[in-house]
Design a protein around this ligand. Sequence first.
Ligand code: 0O2
Length: 214
Amino acid sequence: MRYESAIREVRTKFEVLNAELSLHTSRNPIESIQSRVKKPLSIIGKLRRQGLPLTLDSIVENLNDVAGIRVICSFIDDIYSVAEMLARQDDVTVVTVKDYIRRPKPNGYRSYHMIVELPVFFSREKKMMRVEIQLRTVAMDFWASLEHQMKYKKANADRPEIAAELKSCAETIAATDARMMGIRKRIEKLEEEGNGETDFHKSYLAAAPKGSAV
Ligand code: 0O2
């Protein structure tokens, strides 16, 4: 319940940011938000692998990803914008950041990971809760979801030629992400240039005799 509450707090923060930014930019920087509380069996497995005690205190102390939230953004720069806006909020402490976008994993995995800590107020107490946030674009999510399915369900997914093919797909997707952001920026620039000419200026230009210095 505590971890679900922490997820709710963080989700609301992202929803508020998305609502405000979509007013300013007429588009949604956040496409969707998914969340999960880690299943008890996965928690036990992780504690065992790390040789940690199987107690509630040990979970709270040692595991940062019991509450997980995945924020799917439209463009690469949206990831950095919303991550920075969250980090600036004064009830949020950033515990760690792993930037697998600037430094992708050797297999090609790209995402921006943050562990944040924030207060959650319950009936009798305030608890500082940790949440793992994964921010990625729609394209990065497409790759990670399919890679996860293939890797975890098939024994041969680690063969070098398959790993190389998956990595090559990740690179194609990253290049497409960068191009899509470039296209958006060009459109925004053109719009800005168009808006720079006020209606008054446009009609003045149209009315001015050819060759005059307006
Ligand atoms: P699930 O089921 O998604 O929760 P740590 O959690 O810090 O002990 P690690 O590996 O250092 O372990 O953390 P990291 O690098 O921040 O990655 C944690 C999560 O990122 C993983 O959670 C995945 O969700 C995702 N992830 C990391 N690497 C890959 C990858 O190569 N492919 C895919 N598809 N996802 C990845 P879990 O706990 O593995 O699983």
